[in-house]
Design a protein around this ligand. Structure first.
Ligand code: H2B
Length: 111
């Protein structure tokens, strides 16, 4: 597999790797509603709910899921809107962990 930049293996320890161009294209095709962020190697999606209660319920479920996976979203909430941004600090970019979490988040959003 061609890995252009920003990837490494150190002292035999497996590092989390940034997605290749091909992996990104595949992931974005699958993840409807998620878009690449401009100026940053990350994906984002905005969710709209009926009211704050629904939005907060969604955030609670995502928080528990994220904590379990030890992979956490960056997000912003106003009333019924939740903007979610996913990126992997460990590789300073998009990784398979973000794709997995995005899939799970979409799944529980019913959107
Ligand atoms: N969340 C995200 N989005 N990216 C990470 O690289 C990450 C994380 N790393 N949550 C985890 C926690 C790391 O900081 C801990 C120490 O495992």
């Amino acid at each position: 597999m061609h890995r252009p930049q920003g990837v490494s293996r150190q002292r035999g320890m497996a590092m989390i790797e940034k997605l290749t161009a091909e992996e990104r294209a595949t992931a974005l095709k699958e993840l409807s509603g998620w878009n690449l962020v401009e100026g940053r190697d990350a994906i984002q999606r905005s969710f709209k709910f009926k009211n704050f209660n629904e939005a907060w319920g969604f955030m609670t479920r995502v928080a528990l899921m994220a904590e379990k996976a030890d992979h956490h979203p960056e997000w912003f909430n106003v009333y019924n809107r939740v903007d979610v941004l996913l990126s992997t600090h460990e590789c300073n970019g998009l990784s398979q962990r973000d794709v997995k979490l995005a899939r799970q988040i979409s799944g529980i959003s019913n959107q």
